[in-house]
Design a protein around this ligand. Structure first.
Ligand code: GTP
Ligand code: MG
Length: 370
């Protein structure tokens, strides 16, 4: 590694060239994208990312988290919020998910058959919102285990006739630990015994104070069963999204997380992926958990074939060599050979780890092929 251009170095570090240029600028070096960098400059920049340069730049490219890079700059555009639903047993989580889907997904989508792929998108006021059809607590557990953010906002469902229950409290602590904003949906308002004030009172004790009472938490009274208050709830999600400004770069290689996966008799391995950054395209060489492949076909939440899927989009993918697990990360690499090598290394590491042996796989050589 005697010299590299800014663009080449950026690629090796999985960063945007603009980010490298900015870093150089802050170090007092004015550089353009095609400029050659000497060994010292390369070491300096690599060091900024905690990467040591010896003979080669060494990043463990089998660690998929390395591909989840925070970005800044001009390529960032608004992306839909990703929302999960949490709450006590029987308080109406599933009914709410169904209600949102039924009132929103099918309208204006004539001919579209809503398919169950573990996640779906709705459009409210010309903006998309992505709902994960997985129990919120599962999403949080995955997030905690991997230090990764999957959901942006969580809806805490509390039945107005039942109030705060143990699992409500548990759900709140998960969401707080994950630092995910909470919107409270006070459900079952159609019931005679509904007592929203009690819910507000009880939640105050857990740090969720309604705006109406001078706090900062949004409360929305709803009836998931009757489809009442759903629009207001969606508007409140958009409000939070506007404040939080969720952004992504649709121009980069896709990265994201497996929502669910199974073996299908006809189609082989079928995985629902949530694209979290970048754009996933047909033909992309991909590593998914400990498996790999090439994206053969993609189907969206309406059961339609699509050629690409941008940030915050859930999509069902075929073409993987094996079945990954929910919560696994996926990354798109530049060529199929590398995807295969990374996938196979990861599978091998997983086997070794399971046997309790320490995995020692050297990967520097892989960089030669990137
Ligand atoms: P688990 O998945 O078991 O934790 O339950 P859940 O939170 O998904 O609740 P679910 O949506 O299955 O609803 C439980 C029961 O409450 C069902 O019988 C629903 O029909 C009923 N229910 C849900 N929402 C409402 C509502 O707004 N009003 C009334 N009256 N009943 C509701
Ligand atoms: Mg349910």
């Amino acid at each position: 590694t005697e010299s590299l251009t800014v663009a080449e170095l950026a690629k090796k570090l999985y960063r945007e060239p603009s980010e490298i240029i900015k870093k150089l600028f802050l170090l007092g070096v004015m550089a353009t994208i095609n400029q050659s960098l000497d060994k010292d400059a390369i070491e300096l920049i690599a060091g900024e990312y905690g990467v040591e340069v010896e003979e080669e730049i060494k990043i463990d490219i089998t660690d998929l988290e390395n591909y989840f890079v925070e970005e800044e700059g001009a390529n960032l555009v608004e992306r839909p919020a990703v929302v999960t639903i949490i709450g006590h047993v029987d308080h109406g989580k599933t009914t709410l998910l169904d209600s949102i889907r039924n009132t929103k997904v099918t309208s204006g989508e004539a001919g579209g058959i809503t398919q169950h792929i573990g996640a779906y998108q709705v459009v409210e006021k010309d903006k998309k919102i992505t709902f994960l059809d997985t129990p919120g607590h599962a999403a949080f557990t995955t997030m905690r285990a991997r230090g990764a953010r999957i959901t942006d906002i969580t809806i805490l469902v509390v039945a107005a006739d039942d109030g705060v229950k143990p699992q409500t409290v548990e759900a709140i602590s998960h969401a707080k630990a994950a630092e995910v904003p909470i919107i409270v949906a006070v459900n079952k308002m159609d019931k005679e015994a509904a007592n929203p004030e009690r819910v507000m009172q009880e939640l105050t004790e857990h740090g969720l104070v309604s705006e109406a009472w001078g706090g900062e938490t949004i409360f929305v009274p709803i009836s998931a069963l009757k489809g009442e208050g759903i629009d207001t709830l969606l508007e409140m999600i958009l409000l939070v999204a506007e404040v939080e400004e969720y952004k992504a770069n649709p121009k980069r290689n896709a990265v994201g997380t497996v929502i669910e996966a199974q073996l299908d008799k006809g189609r082989g391995s079928v995985a629902t992926l949530l694209v979290q950054n970048g754009t996933l395209k047909i033909g992309d060489p991909i590593v998914v958990g400990n498996t790999f492949g090439r994206v053969r076909a993609m189907v969206n939440d309406l059961g339609r074939r699509v050629k690409e899927a941008g940030p915050s989009t859930p999509v069902e993918v075929t073409g993987l060599s094996d079945v990954p697990q929910a919560g696994d990360r996926f990354v798109v690499l530049n060529d199929e050979k590398t995807a295969r090598q990374v996938g196979e290394s990861r599978a091998q590491q997983a086997v070794l780890a399971q046997r309790g042996e320490k995995s020692r796989v050297t990967l520097e050589t892989l960089f030669e092929q990137m």
